[in-house]
Design a protein around this ligand. Sequence first.
Ligand code: LLP
Length: 421
Amino acid sequence: MDHFLYRDGILHAENVPLPEIAAAVGTPFYCYSVATLSRHYRLFDEALSWGDHLVCYAMKANSNLAVVKLMADLGAGVDVVSIGEYLKAKAAGMPGERIVFSGVGKTRDEMRIALEGGIRQFNVESEPEMIALNEVALSMDTVAPITVRVNPDVDAKTHAKIATGKSENKFGIPISRAHEVYAMAAAMPGLKVVGIDVHIGSQLTELEPFELAYAKVAELTRDLRAAGHEITRLDLGGGLGIPYARSNEAPPLPTDYGAMVQRVLGDLDVEVEIEPGRLIAGNAGVMVSKVIYVKEGEGRRFLILDSAMNDLIRPSMYEAFHDIVPVVEPEPGKDLTEYDVVGPVCESGDTFAKGRVLPDFKADDLVAFRSAGAYGAVMSSEYNSRPLIPEVLVSGEHFDVIRARPTFDDLINRDTIPVWL
Ligand code: LLP
């Protein structure tokens, strides 16, 4: 459930009509709901309440400072994958002891900054990274807490570009080599092993792949303990999917996920960490856009919007489906039309949907892309010199701009022309 509902025929974000925000900030814009973000965090927190746990929001999904601050206030931690995310998390008030650092290519500089600022753990993904972290920690006269990310070779049954748990993917160390790698870590005085990490992919719509991976991690926990390693924490990654289309098929809920985790790992006496991103932020956000033209093509009708692939790249990049709805609810029984929904960017890849059945639109009508709160604004760019679009946060009757639209001067002044030119 989210908080984007029609009231008196107008789509609202919580208690704010979206046209009111459009009038204040212009289109296109992203809009997020505090009530939905909070609700999704709490669902996970409750689903794991049978044991010691920390929900570490994967801020790659939506790294706006206001969103991260909300998570920090709710008691969440964060999963970061770059020092940029780490510094944003700190700036949003996230304590270092609630930040986990993932990613296959952490640099020594990034390690140093995180060790200085405080860190819950590094999720180490390779032997060379382990050697580097040990050296950095020793040079700072400190000890880095680590888990090792294992690759369980499990098919996550999701889009190939976002599956991470198969042996052909670049992530983690093969689980078959775990013993060797943990022995190596134990011999490094700059590292302290605290647990095991696994993340098999994103937008998973079944529990089975998670269960297969977690069962392997449970077995590994027992084996590593028997070999004398202290495994007190299991980081289970993120990946639980969300419904993008309004169909009968609904991915499992956090409650089902939490019950499965308890069944598979509940008797291990470990602290459980999870790193959900999409399920917390995805359905907590919409992108609102305006119709520029309705164009009649050869046997097709194009709905040309003022937003484009640079603002929301998921349809172009992953053939992802986003529900597109009118902001003003059409009267029941009104005609429906098939549209190719496109943006103004100069390539055919700038297509949000083909042959989408929608109510009749005319120029200046507002449309909303649902489920755009995760991997929307964070993946946007200024391609075609289109300034990034603003982000707005709603809570009850209140709304505020949490990232302003850059001006054209900002855009121009970002570049410099060498004096010799
Ligand atoms: N933890 C790690 C180590 C990850 O790599 C990811 C996502 C997550 C947690 C969060 O997964 P989530 O709960 O959000 O599924 N841009 C793509 C998604 C890429 C996901 C990358 N890793 C998209 O728009 O679908």
